[in-house]
Write a protein of this length. Structure first.
Length: 494
């Protein structure tokens, strides 16, 4: 029998349904894999009992002849940004260490209702702030990939959903949840050779998901291929009355609608994404992606997104501003740690708790956000950034007049070594240069693996779609996947 941990979501789902194996066998196989991969530091909390309970329920239902739930028998990893009832949820921050929610996030509840089991909570950049998973209070996540140059450098799995990307790439789980504020699903997916999609803003509820930047945060799936992402997204998405930004729309049947035939599809190539200093390998892969989509029947057109160059600075004003507001609730009063020096007053407790509980990157962004929202600077920075955001959204609206999706690189490089960029915040922020514009516009966007660089590391291609056109994005991703034939996987060293 094929190693069960080599199967993706569709393979597990279908195998459990047709009786090829039991859900409990699948859960047990992945539980062992997770326990053997401590060196990756991908999981903060392991929950084998949750995975076993869901598997047992699936096996019992099948034996009774009942119709199985969509994700029956599928164990997944849950990013530690989603509150899980009775299971520690920290957002990888010391300030929430030991916090155990008494409620379930809507996204995780949707997945449990669909029959999925949870293998554990996945490590991440603290409060989802980072591009390398080096800001976690509980240690770096390490990518399962290694360079083929003979060195042994530990590589970044991307961020902030680095625990999710590392776990999926290492076959510790067939799929995982991620969140994407400025690229935190797509960039780590590209770094580790997996697929990941950020849906249209509002497709997935934010209720019970610890907030970073409320107008940008969006949950999405990370899995080994496009079909698995479609399956997982169908279970995650849906209207939620508890979330004022949730879209009151039916969830499409994205898996059933998958097609790699792109006849009639117009694919835009934004000229502004050809940035100075882009590695030749990224350029070559982009051109290869264009050729693949042509082969699938698409028509290629050049488009212009003139305000792209302002996206990154606008994002790093808007996101920290929202973060400074959202993170004001962590003060040592209601939940999380409390640092109360002897004889200290209330203000001293606030200061001590936040100084001890937040990491350097979180503090940096809170300070930037507080500054741009302060009297005298609000109009000069925050208001101007929001105007730029509107212009960026209009650029996309004009592009849709001549094309249906856009094709770009996902990231400006392959995975870098841990510590290589952590001393330079600006260099780290530039990792999001291709993903931030679509986040500011709230558009669906996906990364799929296209090939390897000369050091044997994965490179990703990004598809950006019109609002609510996840199907178009998934189909273009499928066409690339079918032609790229990406089957590379990391050698087991951990």
């Amino acid at each position: 029998m094929t190693d069960l941990t080599d199967l993706g979501i569709a393979g597990i789902r279908d195998g459990v349904r047709d009786g090829s194996f039991k859900a409990r066998e699948v859960a047990d196989a992945f539980i062992v894999k997770v326990s053997q991969a401590q060196a990756l530091n991908a999981f903060l909390v392991e929950t084998p009992e949750h995975a076993i309970a869901a598997a047992t329920a699936a096996d019992t239902a099948r034996e009774a002849g009942e119709t199985l739930k969509p994700l029956a028998g599928v164990p997944i990893g849950m990013k530690d940004l989603f509150c899980t009832k009775g299971v520690t949820t920290t957002a990888a921050s010391h300030i929430l260490e030991g916090f155990t929610p008494t409620y379930e996030s809507t996204v995780s509840q949707n997945l449990w209702d669909a029959g999925a089991g949870m293998l554990g909570k996945l490590n991440m950049d603290q409060f989802a702030m980072g591009s390398s998973n080096e800001t976690s209070a509980f240690g770096n996540v390490i990518s399962p990939w290694k360079r083929n140059d003979g060195g042994n450098a530990s590589l970044a799995p991307g961020g902030s959903s680095g625990g999710s990307s590392s776990a999926v790439a290492a076959r510790l789980c067939p799929g995982a949840t991620g969140t994407d504020t400025g690229g935190s699903i797509r960039q780590p997916a590209a770094f580790t050779g997996i697929s990941g999609i950020k849906p249209t803003y509002g497709r997935c509820s934010r209720w019970g998901t610890i907030a970073f930047a409320s107008s940008l945060d969006q949950a999405g799936p990370m899995a080994r291929d496009v079909r698995d992402c479609a399956i997982l997204l169908e279970a995650m998405a849906g209207f939620d009355a508890k979330d004022g930004t949730s879209l009151q729309l039916d969830v499409p049947k994205w898996e059933a609608g998958l097609s790699g035939n792109l006849n009639g599809l117009r694919v835009g190539i934004p000229k502004e994404y050809r940035v100075d200093g882009m590695p030749e390998e990224i350029e070559a892969l982009w051109q290869q992606g264009i050729d693949w989509l042509k082969d699938a029947g698409a028509t290629i057109v050049e488009v212009s997104l003139p305000h792209t160059k302002y996206a990154l600075p606008a994002y790093y004003i808007i996101a920290p501003a929202e973060a400074s507001s959202n993170l004001a609730r962590y003060d040592g009063v209601r939940y999380g740690i409390r640092d109360l020096p002897t004889g200290a007053g209330l203000q001293d407790m606030y200061a001590a708790t936040r100084a001890d509980g937040f990491g350097p990157e979180v503090k940096r962004r809170i300070m930037i956000g507080t500054y741009v929202l302060s009297a005298g600077f609000y109009d000069a920075y925050y208001t101007q950034a929001q105007k730029v955001r509107t212009l960026i959204a209009r650029d996309f609206e004009r592009a849709w007049e001549t094309c249906d999706v856009l094709l770009t690189p996902t990231a400006p490089s392959a995975a870098f070594a841990l510590g290589e960029k952590s001393a330079d915040p600006i260099a780290m922020y530039l990792n999001d240069v291709f993903t931030v514009p679509s986040s500011l516009a709230g558009l669906p966007a996906m990364s799929v693996p296209g090939g390897l660089d000369k050091q044997g590391l994965p490179l990703g291609l990004q598809i950006i779609g019109k609002p609510l056109d996840e199907q178009g994005v998934l189909n273009a991703g499928l066409a690339i996947e079918q032609r790229a034939g990406f089957v590379a996987r990391p050698d087991v060293w951990w």
